[in-house]
Design a protein around this ligand. Structure first.
Ligand SMILES: NC(=O)c1ccc[n+]([C@@H]2O[C@H](COP(=O)([O-])OP(=O)(O)OC[C@H]3O[C@@H](n4cnc5c(N)ncnc54)[C@H](O)[C@@H]3O)[C@@H](O)[C@H]2O)c1
Ligand SMILES: O=P(O)(O)OC[C@H](O)CO
Length: 353
């Protein structure tokens, strides 16, 4: 149970924002949730349901929805931002004139901004004066949280107050909040896993087996951590909930929107059709392009991301790409114990002898 005087703001009316708002209210906080749409605001306040995103979930009636951003933000000591990455900056700019330096700002968004390859907490840092910035990420399918399935997440921040306040605000008998001080690694983990969830959904739709899924997820983890380490994150973070944990859930379940986009593609739909059928944001679609671009720029080896990019944007059939990937250079299992280059060079020497 959190401090009953705690006032929480949640920006965003999607499924995750709604689930978080309700947990904080269950824990005793006063919660205001900001949505753009007045009809949806009225419906939530009247029915305590978010029919568009989480229709079956009974929202705690103490959650008050509002389209008045100022009223939602003012007085809140903890602000969660659950807005898709493409709109994140513009919402923070709207919010900025009412944000106060003492407020704790936490992004829940698992995406990357194209301009400058920025993560959401970097946007919070650049746009606001708050020294209390965090990221919430982990294996957190909103629809399962809404069913009160036992769930764990990570609050990542180098600020101890931010970590502790989020643990108190959200921790309860079905939601455990673990702490990390690797904000960058946790945030990258959440964004990167969406790429591989699309690939996993596609593999499932193509009838590929469990060995294949396991290979895909494990090599995805190798690729994600290679990328993150090249950009300065701590590889150990990828052993945690926001790394391998989120990768497992998102690559295993059609409750994930990214997985569903992959499934639709594997069933033969075009990317546009898959996105339209989803009707929600699958962050991974943009992330594939952005990460592929960054990997090229930085010279980071990312065959799965490259392959998925070719399937999504250049019309390469997924089965052909899978075959091609299987013919790629065989290298090291865990690069942090045996370097890739070492394996590749030894193999070439052997082939030449
Ligand atoms: N849904 C999940 O299971 C889940 C779990 C963990 C994290 N996340 C992450 O949290 C973020 C939010 O996800 P979500 O599922 O709550 O919602 P979502 O991504 O489906 O949409 C979020 C909300 O943002 C609103 N929105 C979109 N553009 C806006 C704009 N310009 N101004 C104001 N509002 C705007 C939408 O109307 C919607 O209410 C995502 O980036 C996602 O990666 C989602
Ligand atoms: O529905 P997705 O694919 O955005 O995934 C939701 C969460 O990130 C799972 O942890």
């Amino acid at each position: 149970m959190s401090d009953p005087r705690l006032q929480v703001a949640v920006l965003g009316g999607g499924s995750f924002g709604t689930a978080l708002a309700s947990i904080a209210a269950d824990n005793g906080a006063a919660v205001n949730q900001w949505l753009r749409d007045d009809d949806q605001v009225a419906a939530i306040n009247r029915d305590h349901r978010n029919r568009r995103y989480l229709a079956d979930f009974a929202i705690n009636p103490r959650v008050v929805a509002s389209s008045d951003l100022r009223a939602v933000i003012e007085g809140a000591s903890l602000v969660f931002v659950a807005i898709p990455s493409q709109a994140f900056l513009s919402v923070i700019r709207q919010a900025n004139r009412w944000l106060q330096p003492g407020q704790i700002l936490v992004s829940t968004t698992k995406g990357i901004q194209a301009d400058g390859f920025k993560l959401m907490s970097q946007i919070l840092e650049e746009e606001t004066d708050s020294p209390h910035i965090g990221v919430l990420s982990g294996p957190n399918l909103a629809s399962e949280i809404a069913q009160k399935q036992l769930t764990a997440t990570v609050i990542a921040s180098d600020d101890a107050l931010t970590r502790a306040r989020v643990q108190n605000a959200l921790g309860c008998d079905y939601f455990r909040v673990y702490a990390s001080n690797d904000r960058y690694g946790v945030e990258l983990g959440g964004a990167l896993k969406n790429i591989y969830a699309i690939a996993a959904g596609m593999a499932a739709a193509l009838g590929m087996g469990e060995n294949t899924r396991s290979m895909l997820m494990t090599r995805a983890l190798a690729e994600m951590s290679r990328f993150a380490v090249a950009l300065g994150a701590n590889p150990m973070t990828f052993l945690g909930l926001a790394g391998v944990g989120d990768l497992i859930v998102t690559c295993s379940s059609n409750l994930s929107r990214n997985y569903r986009v992959g499934q639709a593609l594997g069933e033969g739909r075009t990317l546009d059709e898959a996105i339209e059928a989803l009707g929600q944001v699958a962050e991974g679609v943009n992330t594939v392009s952005l990460v592929r671009g960054k990997a090229h720029e930085e010279g980071i080896y990312m065959p799965l991301c490259e392959g998925l990019y070719q399937v999504l944007f250049n019309g390469v059939p997924a089965r052909d790409m899978a075959r091609l990937l299987m013919q790629g250079e065989q290298s090291s299992d865990v690069e942090f114990t045996l370097a890739r280059e070492e394996v590749v060079q030894a193999k070439r020497r052997e082939e030449g002898s």
